[in-house]
Write a protein that binds this ligand. Structure first.
Ligand code: GLA
Length: 387
C-alpha cells in the first residue's frame, strides 16, 4: 500500500520528492452503540485496513488534495486558512476541518501541503473512513509541523472538526479508537471520563466478519443528530427529578424507576436503548476477559434487537444481514455496527464456518434486497503510524 499511495501522489503531483507516508486505521465497534454521546461505554477495535496518505510540505499556504479512491475528482485546491465546509469539495473538508481546529487551538500550521490519500476501508461503509482521514491528518500534521499533541488530543481535535466544521454531532468513539487502538485488543472506553482499558481479543477459534450492506445512506447525518437530541430531551425531562449529565449516568434499575418522567414515548425508547446498551457493554467486557465468547455473542444479539426496536437505526438491509446471520451454523453473535441507517454488521463466526456463512448470508441478502453485500474477514490493528 505504501508503494500505491506514492504512485497516487506521483499521478497527482508529478514526483514524490520529499513525500512522507502515513497510515491510520478504520474501526469496528464490537458493542456499545449510540452510547458515546450519552456518557456511556463503548468497546471498539482498530482494524488493519484504513487510510494511507503521502504528504509533502509546501512553501506557500495552499493545500492540494487528491484521493486515489475518487480519481475522477482530480486534484482539489484549497488553502490552510479556509474556514468553510464546502460540500462540493467532498472528503477535503475532513482534513481542512482538522487543520482549522488545530489552528483554532493555537497550533502553528503556517505552510500548505500536497496530499494524496488511498483508503482500503470500503467507502460509506460505516467503518469510519471519515474519522480515519481526520486522525490521519492530525497525525501527519503533528509529525510534519512538530506539534506537541498527544494521540488522545488528536482524537478530540478530530471530533471537534466533525462536530463544528462538518456539522455531525458524533461522539468520541471513532476518533478515539483510531488514534489509540492497539493490535489484537479491543478498547473499553468510558466516554464520560475517557478512562480506557485494552482487553485482548481471543475469539477461541472464531473470526470477526464484517458484512457491508452497500445501502446508500441518505440523510443519515440528520437522523443521527436527531437521535442525539431525543436522548438530550430525555435527560432534560429527568432534570427536575434527578441531576444527571447524561442518560447513561443511570443504571437500568434507576432508569426503570424514572422513565415515566420522560414525556415523549420516542425519547423514552431512545433513552432505554442507551441505558441498557451501556450495561450490556460493561457485561460484554467482563465476558471477553473471562473468555466467555458465547455470552459475548448473546449480548451482541441483544444489542442489535435494541438498536432495531428502541433506537430504530437498523432498517431492512441491516436486519436482513443480522437475522440471516443468527440462523447460520457457527455464528456466535451478530449485530449492526456504527451509526446504522445502512453501513455494516459485525459477526463472530467459527473459523470453519466462515466460508459457508459468507456464501449463505450473501445469497439470501441479494435475493431479499436486490443487490449484493460485501464481506471482510478483519484483523485488529493498532493506531496511526508513519511508514
Ligand atoms: C458513529 C459516530 C460515533 C458513535 C456511533 C454509534 O460512528 O461517529 O460517535 O456515536 O456512530 O455508536
Amino acid at each position: 500500500m505504501k508503494q500505491q499511495v506514492l504512485e497516487a501522489f506521483k499521478t497527482a503531483y508529478g514526483d514524490t520528492d520529499g513525500a512522507w507516508v502515513f497510515f491510520a486505521p478504520g474501526r469496528v465497534n464490537l458493542i456499545g452503540e449510540h452510547t458515546d454521546y450519552n456518557g456511556g461505554h463503548v468497546f471498539p477495535c482498530a482494524l488493519t485496513i484504513g487510510t494511507y496518505a503521502a504528504v509533502r510540505k509546501r512553501e506557500d499556504t495552499k493545500c492540494r488534495f487528491y484521493s486515489a479512491n475518487f480519481p475522477e475528482t482530480g486534484v482539489v485546491e484549497r488553502d490552510i486558512n479556509d474556514t468553510e465546509n464546502d460540500e462540493t469539495k467532498g472528503f477535503t473538508n475532513y482534513s481542512l476541518g482538522v487543520i482549522y481546529t488545530l489552528k483554532f487551538r493555537g497550533y502553528n500550521i503556517d505552510k500548505g501541503l500536497d496530499i494524496a490519500y488511498l483508503g482500503n476501508i470500503p467507502n460509506s461503509s460505516g467503518l469510519s473512513s471519515s474519522a480515519s482521514v481526520e486522525v490521519l491528518t492530525g497525525y501527519f500534521l503533528k509529525v510534519l509541523f512538530d506539534l506537541d499533541i498527544s494521540n488522545q488530543d488528536i482524537a478530540l481535535v478530530g471530533q471537534e472538526a466533525e462536530n463544528d466544521f462538518i456539522g455531525v454531532s458524533c461522539g468520541i468513539m471513532d476518533q478515539f479508537i483510531i488514534a489509540m487502538g492497539k493490535k489484537g485488543h479491543a478498547t473499553f472506553l468510558d466516554t464520560a471520563t475517557l478512562d480506557f482499558k485494552y482487553v485482548p481479543v481471543d475469539l477461541k477459534g472464531a473470526k470477526l466478519v464484517i458484512a457491508c450492506s452497500n445501502k446508500k445512506r441518505g440523510l443519515a447525518d440528520s437522523k443521527y443528530n436527531m437521535r442525539r437530541m431525543e436522548c438530550e430531551e430525555a435527560v432534560a425531562d429527568l432534570s427536575h427529578i434527578k441531576q444527571i449529565n447524561h442518560i447513561c449516568d443511570l443504571n437500568t434499575f434507576e432508569f426503570d424507576q424514572l422513565k415515566p418522567y420522560i414525556k415523549r414515548e420516542v425519547c423514552r425508547k431512545r433513552a432505554a436503548h442507551a441505558v441498557y446498551e451501556n450495561q450490556r457493554t460493561i457485561k460484554a467486557k467482563a465476558a471477553l476477559e473471562n473468555g466467555d465468547i458465547e455470552y459475548f455473542g448473546k449480548l451482541m444479539n441483544e444489542s442489535h434487537r435494541s438498536l432495531r426496536d428502541d433506537y430504530e437505526v437498523t432498517g431492512k438491509e441491516l436486519d436482513t444481514l443480522v437475522e440471516t446471520a443468527w440462523k447460520q451454523e457457527g455464528v456466535i453473535g451478530s449485530r449492526m455496527t456504527g451509526a446504522g441507517f445502512g453501513g455494516c454488521t459485525v459477526s463472530i463466526v467459527k473459523d470453519d464456518c466462515v466460508d459457508s456463512f459468507i456464501e449463505m448470508v450473501g445469497r439470501i441478502y441479494e435475493a431479499t434486497i436486490g443487490y449484493k453485500a460485501d464481506f471482510y474477514v478483519v484483523e485488529i490493528g493498532g493506531g496511526p503510524t508513519e511508514l
